[in-house]
Ligand binder design. Structure first.
Ligand code: F6P
Length: 546
């Protein structure tokens, strides 16, 4: 057994779980303790984090905190913030927090302060975004830019897409941001169809500048542009590269003056805060982009300094461990009651699953406990009409987070209170449930009451959820929220003793695809894989010409 499972701290949580599971009733706990909400909620700036609707007693968090202390969370947090090589397999520091270090205090990596180079790129971003937004930067025919197309995938796509969507009310009128990620040509063909090459700016966003999907899309974008512009010299006004790989950028034909750099100590799924956020800065302006950074910076300071009992990302992480490892919950739902956050769960699907979907520890041992949960979700109220049935009455325990803003960005009558009443009601219903006695009471007027009907209307309740309620979805609040989730992932990775910052699990498929691609280029019958892969390749070759 692993040291983690054998530790006194783990055993103490396990014993506590045995006392609680199947016995603790949240509804009774609320009835007994009128201060449960006060005791189990934290306010931070304009944001309230309520974790009182969880299967926890006063004892739970202190026991979980001991797990965090056993894992040396404090020391490891400092190691991350101060540029230690905590991504040990790739021998890299993990310094996305430096990108949003608005205090500008020095952050040293290999003895050198990284803040001056971060600030230099931010300044270049400001100059460029202001030129584009003001119309001073024009396309090759002298027209202002109206459309930005970010070409990237994974961390070079999901973050900017999520944030641009979330902050639409802050976006510049007359400027639209588009995102192309899938190598399926449908994505780029349909995105470019309505656009004018004279007024379109491409951001080729790729840390490595070798990612197959991104480079294929980038080449198609170049062809599309040159079909009209003809002269490759015109690309200088329409193609921007965002990367760590200068050589590959030049090789592609992008003017090095149009290259914006970041560094290998920025992980792909944590790169939103770097110049990967260029489409965000172009769309909402540099002041707002810096507000986003500021929100994340405030969350960083909170994570670094708040006592664990009051520390939002630590509590989020520990509650996640509580359900994942002790209640054996397999998934975790992210449920924003905010249409603007429609890509928030998608973003953290990569953020969490690529970070913590690991089964080897940092020492190379195979884990004997569950690691990262399956992350999923979509905005309410749509989710209510799709999958909430299963959360309420299915056989699986699905903890999750509700997120909502007290103020909408718009002012139509009725909508917002209806939205918020649904969020509050769902969280309440999950917690309270509905007993057989309540069902019988409701149906007392029915002449022919059958047991099946009664059973179908019973809600077990006792289903846990957290709630984030914030004043308004501003750039600053969004920055805070994102950073809280990032640190939650970190906390869990530390307790599971895994490296949350590599992603070796995406490699094997890439290698095999490289071997298969040439086999698709001819009409030979393929027989060197397993019979299923051979069968599928050969069927594809037949069907594509049928
Ligand atoms: O999915 C694997 C991955 O390496 C992610 O971690 C990364 O965000 C994405 O591919 C894109 O990589 P790049 O920015 O190098 O194109």
């Amino acid at each position: 057994m692993s040291k983690l499972i054998e530790s006194a701290e783990w055993k103490a949580v396990k014993q506590h779980h045995q006392q609680i599971a199947g016995k603790f009733c949240m509804k009774d706990a609320f009835d007994k303790d009128k201060h449960r909400f006060d005791n189990f909620s934290v306010t931070f700036n304009d944001l309230l984090f309520d974790y009182s609707k969880n299967l926890i007693t006063e004892e739970t968090l202190p026991l979980l905190i001991q797990l965090a202390e056993r894992a040396k969370l404090k020391e490891k947090t400092e190691a991350m913030f101060s540029g230690s090589i905590i991504n040990t397999t790739e021998k890299r520091a993990v310094l996305h927090t430096a990108l949003r270090n608005r205090s500008n205090t020095p952050v040293y990596f290999r003895g050198e302060d990284v803040m001056p180079e971060i600030n230099a790129v931010l300044s270049r971003m400001r100059v460029f975004t202001e030129q584009v937004r003001s119309g001073a930067w024009t396309g090759y025919t002298g027209k202002a830019i109206t459309d930005i197309v970010n070409i990237g995938i994974g961390g070079s796509d999901l973050g900017p897409k999520m944030v641009d969507t979330a902050l639409t009310p802050y976006g510049k009128e007359g400027l639209k941001a588009h995102f192309v990620s899938n190598v399926d040509q449908t994505d780029i063909v349909e995105t470019l169809a309505p656009l004018n090459p004279e007024t379109t700016l491409f951001l080729i966003s790729s840390k490595t500048f070798t990612t197959q999907e991104t480079m294929t899309n980038a080449r198609s974008a170049r062809n599309w542009f040159l079909k009209t512009a003809r002269d490759p010299g015109h690309m200088a006004k329409h193609f921007i590269a965002i990367s760590t790989n200068e050589e590959k950028v030049k090789e592609f034909g992008i003017d090095p003056r149009n290259m914006y750099e970041f560094w290998d100590w920025v992980g792909g799924r944590y790169s939103l805060w770097s110049v990967i956020g260029m489409s965000v800065a172009l769309y909402i302006g540099m002041d707002n982009f810096e507000e986003l950074l500021m929100g994340a910076h405030l969350a960083d300071q909170h994570f670094r300094t708040a006592p664990y009992q009051q520390n939002i990302p630590v509590i989020m992480g520990l509650l996640g461990i509580w359900y994942n490892n002790f209640f054996e919950a397999e998934t975790y739902a992210i449920l924003p009651y905010a249409q603007s956050l429609k890509y928030f769960a998608d973003y953290f699907q990569q953020g969490d699953m690529e970070s913590n979907g690991k089964s080897a520890t940092v020492n190379g041992d195979k884990v004997d406990y569950n690691t990262g949960p399956i992350i999923w979700g979509q905005p309410g109220t749509n989710g209510q009409h799709a999958f909430f049935q299963l959360i309420h009455q299915g056989t699986k325990l699905i903890p999750g987070d509700f997120l909502a803003a007290a103020q909408s960005q718009y002012d139509l009558p009725d909508h917002h209170d209806i939205l918020i009443s649904n969020f509050l009601a769902q969280a309440e219903a999950l917690m309270r449930g509905k007993t057989e006695a309540e069902v019988r009471n409701d149906l007392s007027h029915e002449p022919n009451l059958d047991d099946a009907l009664i059973a179908s209307k019973i809600f077990e309740g006792n289903k846990p959820s957290n709630a984030f309620l914030f004043k308004k979805l501003t750039p600053r609040t969004l920055g805070m929220l994102i950073a809280f989730y990032e640190h939650k992932i970190f906390v869990q990775g530390v307790i599971w003793n895994i490296n949350s910052f590599d992603q070796m699990g995406v490699e094997l498929g890439k290698v095999l695809a490289r071997a298969i691609l040439p086999q698709l280029k001819n009409e030979d019958v393929i027989d060197d894989h397993d019979s299923s892969t051979n069968g599928l390749i050969n069927a594809y070759k037949r069907l594509r010409k049928a």
